[in-house]
Design a protein around this ligand. Structure first.
Ligand code: FEO
Length: 182
């Protein structure tokens, strides 16, 4: 069944929002790398890759449901970061905004009686629990670290171990086709 216009619009706007998220985390990654914190830069870069994967996953879903994703301009990301604590507070605040957007799409899917759409967006509802939890944990760690440079370097080493894992190994674009290896 073809997706409703309202659902196609909401999901297209979310494709854009995911690309903005990717852009924001890329901007944060650049700030961290410039500050010499390459592990934190890596964590943020992997976060950016995940957001790209989310956007392509949604883009493909809209196509699979018989609509064309409406691609629009992506806002410029913030660049006025004042430190690593500021970065992670903004990651958490941003993910809370994303959660509200995803929940609104889930509500719309219910209103539209779009069971497949509801099932699709529920993956993101669950993903947001992890996203907020991970960001919240790092905010707490950074607060505990305070001005202790040694502990900051330990966190940097730890976050440097994060590797990108395609969350959608079955996705036709994210697994071997265009967009693979994001
Ligand atoms: Fe695509 Fe960070 O949620």
């Amino acid at each position: 069944m073809v997706i409703s216009e309202k659902m196609a619009k909401a999901l297209s706007e979310q494709v854009n929002a995911e690309l903005y998220s990717a852009y924001l985390y890329l901007s944060m990654s650049a700030y961290a790398e410039d500050a010499g914190l390459n592990g934190i830069a890596n964590w943020l870069y992997v976060q950016s890759q995940e957001e790209m994967a989310h956007s392509i996953h949604m883009y493909q879903y809209i196509l699979d449901r018989g609509a064309i994703p409406a691609l629009a301009a992506i806002d410029a990301p913030d660049t006025d970061f004042s430190g690593i604590d500021d970065i992670f507070k903004r990651v958490l605040a941003h993910e809370e905004i994303v959660t509200a957007r995803i929940n609104a799409i889930a509500t719309l899917a219910m209103q539209e009686n779009d069971h497949a759409g509801y099932q699709f967006i529920m993956w993101y509802v669950n993903e947001q629990v992890e996203e907020e939890s991970d960001a919240g944990d790092i905010v707490s760690r950074v607060e505990l670290i305070g001005e202790d440079k040694g502990k900051l370097l330990n966190l940097d080493t730890e976050l440097g171990a994060r590797v990108f894992v395609n969350p959608f190994p079955g996705d036709k674009k994210l697994n071997g086709g265009a967009g693979a290896g994001l």
